[in-house]
Design a protein around this ligand. Structure first.
Ligand SMILES: Nc1nc2c(ncn2[C@@H]2O[C@H](COP(=O)(O)OP(=O)(O)OP(=O)(O)O)[C@@H](O)[C@H]2O)c(=O)[nH]1
Ligand SMILES: [Mg+2]
Length: 582
């Protein structure tokens, strides 16, 4: 394989791993959701396996023979190796007590030695062995004999360090429950091609029985037990392919049906292909990633129905909770008036031009520095709408701290109560749905449902600011349209035009005007400007008083409160959202 292709393959594997890491991080954020714990464990296992695959990325493929005691694992190994006494086989159970690795070069065994420990691995180096250029073969002890306690950890480790499993069954008794159950835990971690079924000792069974009964039954059985079909299954007689099968008299093979040649072809052509190792590791990593994603999605999907119901209920409760909160704020009384005025004049000042624009801008400043400032403090500021204005004015560094004390404010208190009462009322129903959706029963305690005061305050503030901003924008747009601007600017502009005309005419004729004239003209202009401004203020007050703006803002909030926007108020609901997004 070219270096560039190797790098690409590694990149692909890294990408898969990243996906699972992200998934793991998401599960990490779901401490209240029961299924997350199991899934997290699986994720970690998958990540470990992916690491293993990456570590031996360009090493030789590890093909491991597993199966119940006496199924003929060692015999199969000997047959493949072409040496009868390579791995001890026989009648005594168990025959094989250590893991045995067959390879061409001594260093081929290093990886598995590290995994199993030096003492647990016998290594047979056979430099002249045919094929074996690109893979190593491992024989394992059984997991169902009296010595299984000692064997099981060895087999477990060997499986984790393998790329391909040759699962050998005894055709005379293929449904070995212990064995099948034991391996069921490992099967999900191997992709189809990496899992090869072998029914051995087929020579002992009549062909008809084998083909018509044993084989189909076994396939169904394994499918059910391992939750997936075997991608490939070979009926063989391993012993027949030893150099000296040594059949006992009267116990020779009963027929010639044997798929050993096909199995051997897979070994010689697939396993022994130089690229196969890398390809199979990429494939196995991909399989691990798919397996894990399906696992998580499948689990989440089981609960989605209930969780969606819960989300709907939460949304409705939060919506009415927030409405109650704002209703409470409103009942506690107005007092935002001057603050609202500041914001309105600020906006108007941005839109108006001409002498009226200057007047409005000056007035906006006066409001901030004068009574406006006082009003903000006097009424506290539960909803810190004016904070932006204040903090933009460097002079009032203290303002922020001052306003931050507002949590204790009566209006916020009332809002919180309004919100809480509403949620508490709905909680039993919501909690029930959440528990059915996999959440821990402890969430029934209402302590979980109330967000931090600060969080609620921030949310209320956010909603209020947005709604107030929108109302103010509309009002200021209405009160700064072109016709209004012309109308209110016209008197002062006409007067200034006239004064200018007189002044210029006299100037050019050399007949200079007196100071009295200018004083008089200036006062007239000022009076006209003030009158226009007062008139404008009157109109504004009449049609859009601060109280009126507050009222409209409240109304807007009640109408437009987006039920799905507020779900993150409570950490529990954040988790709910994560699960629904899985
Ligand atoms: N008739 C027949 N006997 C076989 C065949 N394969 C193996 N045997 C016999 O089955 C017995 C057990 O074979 P082993 O290869 O030792 O089985 P194993 O799975 O390695 O057993 P453990 O190492 O104890 O787990 C031996 O006596 C073999 O000769 C086969 O294809 N046909
Ligand atoms: Mg053996």
């Amino acid at each position: 394989m070219k270096e560039a292709e190797k790098i690409k393959a590694l990149g692909t594997m890294q990408g898969y791993k990243k996906e699972i890491e992200n998934m793991c991080a998401q599960l990490e954020a779901l401490p209240l959701w029961n299924p997350a714990a199991t899934l997290k464990k699986e994720c970690r296992e998958v990540l470990l396996r992916m690491d293993g695959l990456k570590t031996r990325f360009d090493r030789k493929l590890v093909v491991t023979i597993i199966g119940p005691g006496g199924a003929g694992k060692s015999t199969l190994m000997n047959a493949i190796a072409g040496t009868d006494n390579l791995s001890e086989s026989g009648r005594r159970r168990p025959t094989t007590e250590k893991t045995l690795l067959l390879c061409k070069e001594p260093q081929d065994a290093d990886d598995l030695k590290n995994v199993l420990g030096e003492n647990n691995l016998l290594v047979k180096v056979a430099p002249d062995i045919p094929f074996f250029d690109h893979f190593v073969l491992v024989d394992t002890p059984d997991t169902d004999s009296t010595a299984r306690q000692a064997h099981i950890p060895l087999v477990q480790k060997a499986i984790k360090g393998s790329d391909v499993l040759l699962c050998v069954f005894n055709a005379e008794n293929p449904k070995t429950r212990d064995h099948v159950d034991f391996f069921a835990d490992y099967i999900p971690y191997f992709q189809g091609d990496a899992l090869i079924g072998v029914l051995n000792k087929c020579d002992r069974i009549a062909v008809a029985e084998l083909k018509q009964a044993i084989l189909p039954e076994f396939k169904t059985y394994i499918h059910a037990a391992w939750n997936r079909p075997l991608a490939s299954l070979f009926c063989i007689s391993a012993r027949r392919h030893l150099r000296h099968p040594g059949w006992e008299p009267n116990a020779g093979p009963r027929h010639d049906f044997d798929q050993y040649a096909e199995l051997q072809q897979v070994i010689a052509q697939s396993f022994n292909r130089p690229e196969y190792g890398i390809e199979s590791r990429v494939e196995n990593t991909r399989h691990l990633r798919n397996f894990m994603l399906e696992e998580v999605r499948g689990t989440a999907a089981k609960y989605t129905g209930k969780l969606l119901e819960a989300r709907g209920a939460v949304a409705r409760a939060e919506q009415s909770g927030l409405q109650k909160a704002f209703a409470a704020i409103r009942e506690e009384g107005g007092g935002q008036g001057l603050g609202v005025n500041v914001l309105l004049y600020q906006r108007l000042a941005n839109r108006w031009v001409g002498p009226m624009g200057w007047m409005i801008a000056i007035w906006a400043r006066i409001l901030i520095f004068g009574t406006g400032m006082m009003a903000m403090f006097r009424f506290g500021n539960p909803i810190r709408q004016v904070l932006g204005v204040i903090s933009s004015l460097r002079h009032f560094k203290d303002a922020q701290a001052h306003v931050a004390g507002a949590e204790k404010n009566a209006r916020v208190g009332a809002a919180m109560r309004g919100y809480r009462v509403e949620i508490m009322k709905n909680w039993p129903e919501i909690a029930e749905q959440l528990v059915q959706g996999g959440f821990q029963p402890s969430i029934r305690r209402p302590g979980h449902l109330i967000p931090q005061n600060q969080a609620l305050d921030a949310t209320l503030t956010g909603i209020w600011q947005a709604a107030l901003g929108a109302t103010l924008d509309r009002t200021s747009r209405r009160f700064s349209n072109f016709i209004l601007q012309v109308f209110f600017n016209l008197p002062i502009l006409a007067l200034m035009g006239h004064i200018g005309w007189l002044t210029a005419g006299h100037y050019f004729s050399g007949d200079y005007l007196t100071t009295d004239f200018f004083l008089h003209a200036f006062l007239t202009a000022a009076i006209v400007l003030f009158l226009s401004f007062f008139l404008f203020q009157g109109c504004l007050r009449l049609f859009s008083s601060p109280e009126n703006i507050e009222l409209r803002t409240f109304r807007r909030i009640q109408e437009e409160l987006d039920p799905f926007q507020q779900l993150s108020l409570n950490p529990l609901f954040e988790q709910l959202e994560i699960i629904l997004a899985l």
